[in-house]
Design a protein around this ligand. Sequence first.
Ligand SMILES: C[S@@+](CC[C@H](N)C(=O)[O-])C[C@H]1O[C@@H](n2cnc3c(N)ncnc32)[C@H](O)[C@@H]1O
Length: 377
Amino acid sequence: MPALALSLTSDGSLLEVPDLRLGSKGPESILFHGDNDAVLDEVSPTFDGTVKCIYIDPPYNNMESYTHYDDRDDHGEWIERLTRHVERLKPLLRDDGSIWISIDDRQVHYLKVALDGVFGRENFVSTIIWEHRKTRESRRVFSNNHEYLLVYARNALAFKKSRNRLPYDSEVLKRFKNPDNDPRGLWQSISLNVQAGHATAGQFYEIVSPKGKRHSPPHGRCWMYTAERVRELVAENRIYFGAKGDAVPRLKRFLSEIDGGLTPHTLWRADEVGTTDSAKKHTISMFPDLSVFDTPKPEELIDRVFTIATNPGDLVLDSFLGSGTSGVVALRKGLRFVGIEQGAHVMTHCHARIKREYRPSVGQVRFMRHSNTARTD
Ligand SMILES: C[S@@+](CC[C@H](N)C(=O)[O-])C[C@H]1O[C@@H](n2cnc3c(N)ncnc32)[C@H](O)[C@@H]1O
């Protein structure tokens, strides 16, 4: 067990607690100060199979020196160490759990191959593209405006069943209207013709509009349904022929009948999930007197990860916690979290951030310092 465990009381002060105690549903939220591998060595058996989502944002080995950590290493050693670390993380995941790893263009391909070896190619879920900056970087050959998130599942089939859709945003909702005052409410029209690749003979016929205009599917396409099914849909007022009743028929899709929200896509725009710059500005606005953490992720980005991969009460883990973004987002979403950070900013940034924003809930967060890690506070 770590030598020093600190628990945050509701007035924000720290009390020492003797050991890693578990709540009735499993581990409570805990913030560890120490090297992530050393901490995992000690806590792994306790956490095995309990974590629903792991998000990590490791140093990218981009040869930069930041105020709070160095990001320069031999490439072989860097990829080897990160791969070994992810191997340690894998058993912590539940069967329907997932791991999301932030990475840049220089390393994404090496990391993808290494992680295929850890999780198996069949458990690779997706590569998300995140627009991490909106301005142009003119000094470079190409302005690098995106990073990646590699997503793997412990078991891709179980994750597919458990993952959440995203709530409809205002852009999508704007597409639903009710021009014919249908009592079933807002609807959106979608194409009634589809690619004819796997069509049967029964999908090629003429549809006659209420005004008598005859419509055939365009070249290379067929109707989505047979003539009999379309007749039923017309009778149920589920086919729209335009305001004048003679346009190409389209299917009415009612908002009230769509369940589950939007399927997440792989392109995450800055306007939706923020940028590195917006994240920095946010932390500066919270702590104007604190040294700026150079590489924070925006809370909106992590919020989207947890929205897709978790439900309230689930346990999430971040073993490269940085300025504490994932911890704050987790608490806001009613999740339990385990955060590990080796730098002194675990207190100056992570602890301060959690304390500032979530005083009522921080009583449930334990702070632990690994025995090999020197006190700096
Ligand atoms: C890119 S930053 C993470 C930023 C974070 N996502 C945020 O939003 O603030 C990487 C962090 O990993 C920490 N780190 C690097 N190696 C570590 C290790 N072996 N154990 C624990 N933390 C480590 C660094 O100190 C740094 O704070």
